[in-house]
Write a protein that binds this ligand. Structure first.
Ligand SMILES: Nc1ncnc2c1ncn2[C@@H]1O[C@H](COP(=O)(O)OP(=O)(O)O)[C@@H](O)[C@H]1O
Ligand SMILES: [Mg+2]
Length: 235
C-alpha cells in the first residue's frame, strides 16, 4: 500500500519549549495508524503539527507527494485532511444542524449524500438535529465532532483520543463508527484506550518524550508485553 502522509524527523517548538524532537511516521492509504504513548509524550502536538497549528521547526511532512509543513492550516485542511481535536471542538450554542452547516466546506450533491450517510451512522445526531450541541452527552458530542470532519470529502482524518471521558458502552459505539469510516478514509488515531487502539489499528507508532521510539504492526504489539509495559504502562 502506498504512503499517503509521511513525517520525516519532525521537530516542533512551542514557545521556548522543544516539544517534538524527532517524530517520523508513515501513514499508508486505507489504514488506521495509531499513535500511542504516555500522557505528555507529544501525540496531540504531532497532530497539531500536521495541521500547521504548531508548525514544525525542522523536518518535512509530505502529503500525497507534496511538502506541506510550511503551509497555513486552512490550506492544509483544504487539501483533504480533517482534524477532530481532543476537546471535541463543537459549538455548544449552535444546534447540531448548525454545527454541521458551519463545518461544511463545499456544499454540493456529494455533500448531501455524505450527510445522509453520516446521519445513518450516527442516528443520535438526527434525533438531536434541532437541539443545541451543549445539550448532547459526551458520546454524542464526540460523534458530532467526528461527523463535522467526516462531512467534507477528506482523504485523511486525524482523530485525537475519541474515547476520552466516555463510558465503556459509548466507547464501543464510537469504535463501531470509526470502523465503518475506515472503509472509506485513511485515519490517524491517537488513543490511550489500548482495547480500542488495538481493535481498530492496523499499525502503531509509539511516541515517548517527543520522539517516535517504536513502530510496527498492531498485531505484533498486542503480544509484546515488554513494550506495552515500558511505554504504555500496561501491566
Ligand atoms: N502550549 C503549550 N505550551 C507549553 N508546553 C506545551 C504546550 N502544549 C503542549 N505542551 C507540552 O508538550 C508536551 C506534549 O504535549 P501533548 O502533545 O499534548 O502530549 P500528549 O497528547 O501525548 O498527551 C507536554 O509536556 C506538554 O506539557
Ligand atoms: Mg493529547
Amino acid at each position: 500500500m502506498s504512503s499517503l502522509l509521511k513525517l520525516n524527523h519532525i521537530e516542533t517548538h512551542i514557545g521556548q519549549y522543544h516539544i517534538l524532537q524527532g517524530v517520523s511516521v508513515e501513514v499508508k492509504k486505507g489504514e488506521v495508524t495509531v499513535l500511542l504513548g504516555r500522557n505528555g509524550a507529544g501525540k496531540t502536538t504531532t497532530l497539531r503539527t500536521i495541521m500547521g497549528l504548531n508548525p514544525a521547526s525542522k523536518g518535512s511532512i509530505v502529503y500525497k507527494g507534496e511538502e506541506i509543513q510550511s503551509l497555513p492550516t486552512y490550506t492544509i485542511a483544504k487539501k483533504g485532511i480533517g482534524y477532530v481535536p481532543e476537546d471535541q471542538g463543537i459549538f455548544s450554542g449552535l444546534t447540531v444542524e448548525e454545527n454541521m452547516k458551519v463545518a461544511i466546506q463545499i456544499d454540493n450533491e456529494e455533500t448531501s449524500k455524505r450527510l445522509d450517510y453520516i446521519l445513518n451512522l450516527f442516528p443520535d445526531l438526527k434525533k438531536f438535529w434541532k437541539k443545541p450541541g451543549g445539550l448532547l452527552s459526551g458520546g454524542q458530542k464526540q460523534m458530532l465532532s467526528v461527523a463535522r470532519a467526516y462531512v467534507n470529502e477528506n482523504e485523511l482524518l486525524l482523530i485525537d483520543e475519541p474515547s476520552k471521558g466516555l463510558a465503556p458502552i459509548v466507547v464501543e459505539k464510537v469504535m463501531e463508527s470509526i470502523m465503518q469510516m475506515k472503509e472509506q478514509t485513511t485515519i490517524v488515531l491517537v488513543e490511550q484506550n489500548f482495547y480500542m487502539a488495538s481493535t481498530i489499528g492496523d499499525c502503531f507508532y509509539i511516541i515517548d518524550d517527543g520522539r517516535t521510539v517504536s513502530n510496527g504492526l498492531m498485531k505484533q504489539l498486542k503480544e509484546d508485553e515488554e513494550m506495552k509495559r515500558k511505554y504504555l504502562g500496561i501491566a
